[in-house]
Design a protein around this ligand. Structure first.
Ligand code: NAD
Ligand code: MG
Length: 409
C-alpha cells in the first residue's frame, strides 16, 4: 500500500470586517472548503454577539473588536474555548490589533472588508507585509491610490479585487495587465452599474429624490449589501469610487473607462480590445463568486452560487449613466483627474454625508452638494506620504460635519 500524499497546507486567513455582508459571504465560501482554508483572525467594529457566534463556529486564533468594553465581554464568553490550533482564543481591541492581525507572519491572505477609510491602515499593513490581499474595501484604495499600488509592487503583495466589477475585469484581462492596458491591446474597460434603486427617471424625478428615505435607498434591486455601499449605489458614488479603483488596479486613465448602466446585473463588467472583441464576465449577482475566485486564484472552487439561467434572464439592457441626476459620478471623475489628496477628501466627505443621511440628518439629494462643497474647500494637495492623506481625511470630515449645519434638515 502506498502512503497517502500529504495534504497541502491550508491557507490561513484574516478577515477584517467579518460581521459584514462581505465578511459573511467570505466565511460561507471558506466553510465549504475546510481542507483549503482556516481562519487565523476575525474582526468587527461592534456587535460582539455576532462576532462571538462566528468565533464559536470558526475558532480563530485571534479576534479583534472595536472597544475595550466589548473585548472584555468577548473574553469572558470565550474563556475555555480553544482556537483551531488548540490554543486559547486571543481577544484584542483597537487599531493596532487590526494592523497586527493583517501583518502576522502566520497569515497567508487578508480579506479587507472593513467599510470606509477606517480600513486603510490594516489593509496597507497587509500589503506591506507582502500578503495576498483580497480587496473589498475600495475606499482604502481610493484614498491612497498611488501609495497603495507602490506598496503592492515594493513588497510583492498579491492584490486581488473583490468588487464584482473589478473582479470581472481582472478575469477578462490576461495576466500581463499589470503593465498597463495599452500593451495588451485593451481599448476600454466597460464598468457596469445596476443604476441603483432610483435609476428610472420617470419613477424618480429630481423632486422625489429629495424625499428618499434610508429604507428606500438601502433596498437595492439586485444586490444585498451593507448600508453604506447601498446608499453609495443609490447616489452612484459607488460607481465613482469604482472608477477611481479601476484606474489604480488596472493602471489606466478615467477616459479609458466607460460606465454602462446594465439593470440586470448579470454582466459584471467587460474589457473591449482593439480587434473588436469584448470580453465579459457573467454570473448571478452573488458576491460569493468574486470571493471564491480571489480565494482560490488561479484555481476555481465551488462558491455555492446558483448557476446562471440565461433563459430566465432573457434580456440584457444597457444605457448611459445619468450624471445630471446623479452628480457623484462627475465628482469622482473630477477627483481622480485632479489627483493628489482629492479622492481622499471626496471619500471622507461622502462617508460623513452618507452617515448623516442614514441618521435622518441630511436629505438624499444633498449628499452630492455636501461632497462638492467640501471638495471646493479643500483643494488637492500633492501626496508625499500617508500623513497628508490622513490629515486631509480628518479635515474633510470636520468640514463635512460643519456643512451639515448648512445643508442639514
Ligand atoms: P458592512 O457594513 O456589511 O460591514 C462592514 C464591516 O466592517 C463590519 O464587520 C463592521 O463591524 C466593520 N467595520 C465598520 N466600521 C469599522 C471601523 N471603523 N473599524 C473597524 N471595523 C469596522 O459592509 P459591506 O457591505 O460588507 O462592505 C465592506 C466593504 O466591501 C466596503 O468597502 C464596500 O464598499 C465593499 N464592497 C461590498 C460589497 C457588498 O456586496 N457588500 C460589494 C463590493 C464591495
Ligand atoms: Mg461593485
Amino acid at each position: 500500500m502506498s502512503a497517502a500524499a500529504p495534504l497541502p497546507a491550508r491557507q490561513r486567513i484574516t478577515i477584517l470586517g467579518a460581521t459584514g455582508s462581505i465578511g459573511s459571504s467570505t466565511l460561507d465560501v471558506i466553510t465549504r472548503h475546510p481542507e483549503r482554508y482556516c481562519v487565523h483572525a476575525l474582526s468587527a467594529a461592534s456587535r460582539h454577539e455576532a462576532l462571538l457566534a462566528l468565533c464559536l463556529t470558526h475558532r480563530p486564533q485571534v479576534v479583534v473588536i472595536g472597544s475595550a468594553g466589548a473585548a472584555e465581554v468577548l473574553r469572558e464568553a470565550l474563556s475555555g474555548i480553544e482556537s483551531y490550533t488548540g490554543a486559547p482564543i486571543e481577544v484584542r481591541y483597537g487599531e493596532q490589533a487590526l494592523v497586527d492581525i493583517s501583518e502576522a507572519p502566520e497569515v497567508d491572505s487578508v480579506m479587507a472588508a472593513i467599510v470606509g477609510a477606517a480600513g486603510l491602515l490594516p489593509t496597507l499593513a497587509a500589503v506591506r507585509a507582502g500578503k495576498r490581499v483580497l480587496l473589498a474595501n475600495k475606499e482604502a484604495l481610493v484614498c491612497a491610490g498611488q501609495l497603495f499600488m507602490d506598496a503592492v509592487k515594493q513588497h510583492g503583495a498579491t492584490l486581488l479585487p473583490i468588487d464584482s466589477e473589478h473582479n470581472a475585469i481582472f478575469q477578462c484581462l490576461p495576466a500581463q495587465h499589470r503593465e498597463g492596458l495599452a500593451p495588451i491591446g485593451v481599448e476600454k474597460l466597460l464598468l457596469t452599474a445596476s443604476g441603483g434603486p432610483f435609476r428610472d427617471e420617470t419613477e424618480w424625478p429630481p423632486e422625489r429624490l429629495a424625499a428618499v428615505t434610508p429604507a428606500q435607498a438601502c433596498a437595492h434591486p439586485n444586490w444585498s449589501m451593507g448600508r453604506k455601499i447601498s446608499v453609495d449605489s443609490a447616489t452612484l458614488m459607488n460607481k465613482g469610487l469604482e472608477l477611481i479603483e479601476a484606474c489604480w488596479l488596472f493602471a489606466c486613465r478615467p477616459d479609458d473607462i466607460q460606465v454602462v448602466v446594465h439593470p440586470q446585473s448579470v454582466i459584471h463588467s467587460m474589457a473591449a480590445y482593439s480587434d473588436g472583441s469584448v470580453l465579459a464576465q457573467m454570473g448571478n449577482p452573488d458576491m460569493r463568486t468574486p470571493i471564491a475566485y480571489a480565494l482560490a486564484w488561479p484555481e476555481r472552487i465551488d462558491a455555492g452560487v446558483e448557476p446562471l439561467d440565461l433563459f430566465q434572464v432573457a434580456r440584457l439592457d444597457f444605457r448611459a449613466a445619468d450624471e445630471e441626476r446623479f452628480p457623484c459620478l462627475r465628482l469622482a471623475r473630477e477627483a481622480i483627474a485632479a489627483g493628489g489628496t482629492w479622492p481622499a477628501v471626496m471619500n471622507a466627505a461622502n462617508e460623513v454625508a452618507v452617515a448623516a443621511f442614514l441618521e435622518g440628518q441630511l436629505a438624499f439629494d444633498r449628499i452630492p452638494l455636501l461632497v462638492e462643497a467640501v471638495m471646493q474647500a479643500r483643494p488637492p494637495q500633492v501626496v508625499d506620504g500617508l500623513e497628508v492623506i490622513l490629515s486631509e481625511d480628518a479635515s474633510a470630515r470636520e468640514l463635512a460635519s460643519a456643512q451639515l449645519a448648512v445643508l442639514g434638515p
